[in-house]
Design a protein around this ligand. Sequence first.
Ligand code: SF4
Length: 374
Amino acid sequence: MADGTTLESTSPAAGIAPARFPFTAEVEAATAPIWNKLKSRVTPLEWRLHAPLIAEINRLKREKNAVILAHNYMTPEIFHGVGDYVGDSLGLAREAARSDAAVIVQAGVHFMAETSKVLCPDKTVLIPDLLAGCSLASSITAADVRMIKARYPGVPVVTYVNTTAEVKAETDICCTSANAVQVVEQAAREWGVDRVILIPDEFLARNVARQTAVKIIAWAGRCEVHERFTGADIAELRAAYPGAQILAHPECPTDVIEASDFTGSTAAMSDFVATRKPAQVVLITECSMADNVAVDAPETEFVRPCNLCPHMKRISLENIYEALRHDRYEVTVDAAVIERARAAVQRMIDLPPPAVPARYDLVKARHHVDVELI
Ligand code: SF4
């Protein structure tokens, strides 16, 4: 495929000269293992554009002792092409903390970069686009959490990791979608109470409330990707693909969860496909997740309802390259905030890992109680 095709990098920043990277025989050879993995997902035309940048990014990583943390919602050329650690936000940050790299480039959104900084305060953490935000993280502020704590004294605050470092710093313990039920029950036991504040995702809170006897006080934050799925969408998919296994993320509304075959975190969904090898599957989550899981599951057919996260999609090979080349944009967090936020994350990390990835079985839900919405 080497044909001298050149790529002009499309840096959004003013004042940076565009770089030209030809698709040479050397590039083709260096990226051949990645191409072999991705050729079912990427066209040869696209590959001639991606491969020179992938080769250049991987060279810069070695030069700068950097690693790239690529979230499950990154596009396949990022996830499989340049990601050193791939997975969900917390798994990425934990891997980063274990790595010897001096620089972390977060191929994900801003709160994830903050979590990396909280867990790796001595490393330089870069995010390729400062505007890569999150509707959930921006639904709540540290002042909101202080208000909640004043309103519910003595009630532990459990915070989803999809929040800013300042919000984490105000809370007692963090959770992920994979361990939220376990963390809520642990917090209730430790504080000796029968109710827990679980913020900021309203739907995650509602779905957790169905799985536990602990009463849940919730905040009306939403993920703009998962809130768009409806029970009617699932019914339509069921009718169109009667044999398909439907897997949903717990940030989806409760009627979506009730109508699905399985609900779990992105890690639990990947695990489901890898271990059960369904003939046909629908992942009710962000679009790129199915593309990335499909690369390693050739025996499974993926039906792709597609809701894109506009924040995740701000990250590209082009701005990852620019981030590495110009050491930008560095994510900083106040030292006092780091200390308090890390305590909340560490409390969660110190819990014994669940024996199997959590699932939310709303068909057999033990509790049909509603949450108290703040
Ligand atoms: S998918 Fe939802 S929770 Fe994840 S970054 Fe996008 S808006 Fe935030």
